[in-house]
Write a protein that binds this ligand. Sequence first.
Ligand SMILES: [Zn+2]
Length: 440
Amino acid sequence: MRFRAWGPFALWLVTTAWAQVARPAEVENVRVWSGPEATRVVLDLSAPTDHRVFSLSNPHRIVIDLAKTSARRALALPEPKGYVTAVRTGNRPGGELRVVLDLKEPVQPKSFLLPPNEQYGHRLVIDLEPVRSDAVVRRTTAPAAPPSGRDLVVVIDPGHGGEDPGASGKRGVREKDVVLAIAKRLAAELERQPGIRPVLTRDGDYFVSLNDRREIAHRERADLFVSIHADSYRDPSARGATVYVLSEQGASDEVARRAAARENASDTIGGVSLADKDPVLRHVLLDLSQNAQLSASTVAGERLIDRLGTVTAMRKHQVQRAKFLVLRQPDVPAVLVETAYISNPSQEQALGDANYQAQLARALAAGILDYFQTHAPPDTYFAQNPGARVSMPIQHVISRGETLSKIAERYNVSLRELKRSNSLKSDVIRVGQVLTIPQS
Ligand SMILES: [Zn+2]
């Protein structure tokens, strides 16, 4: 539905007429989330209810009428956020509840009901999107690439957000918060490298659908897509990082299958209107470029594992496969990193620690640069200016039972070179000591 003009006192009916008879319901809570594009209002309901939504102007408002509904006593109304300057409620004849959203500017509303899931009960979601005129949507042509080559684009995708908290630890550390922190640090690390432009799929606490995440990668013509998550399992001793690529034909193992199922539930938990689901994406996978994309994704995953292995335990030292919907991008090499188990108390604590987040981000950045050493397209600044590459030497923290010769073997360097680059006179090392791994 498109709005062509905004006249005074204009009224648009977005949803008309009660659909069916509903049970009496109560609005238990109202939340407002704000993203860069849209504002989302969520009404928590004790039962699903029929509703209609319409817009009013002078001043701009969105009105939501709910059939046979009341507001919970002492219902706390949210602070102004995004397009919403105030939320008001009032009872109407016939047992209706009216919720009014006062607005900064006209918006295009979209509403849908969501069934209960593990985290929430019934919800009515109202997404407020900017009113687009064709002039705004039309793109200007991209500027010509500078003679020295274009930027490599890395789309960094912190999972979950807003309504969808992702996994949570016993101490209350939430996946959506830690993965955002790691993603922002990773973007900052990559910014240091000339010729790389990181793009975040979200930079705050709001929900982004899996489709919108893929859409961002496509729109930005990403050279690499890295989705960042934290794992969860009922056994609190489960630990370690895992790097995944897409598989349409089943998963590497049961853990991989479960991880994909959990991450794919994001749209159901966060809430996406059925109209937003893109049927086209199901078919593009037949594209012949998929094999090349998959092999590039696997190389990227291997480089990430090499670097992650220096700062964290790995659940698997090989790239794993499962059907992660967010990785369904036929034209972009794409990996998903489960950084650690948030369900493991010591890993939960580490994930919440700024130092550890920085270590993970640095390892991810180094792995991404390692990948581009061999996979940067020839038209990029990075490929054309090898002298401008920032070096990110591998730092290895020595753990119990390791020997110098084992470490040399692991990184495929000679023992002599390893000792020389760390100014070691003997083979004696201690637990916790940090070695710099020379790069061939
Ligand atoms: Zn996740």
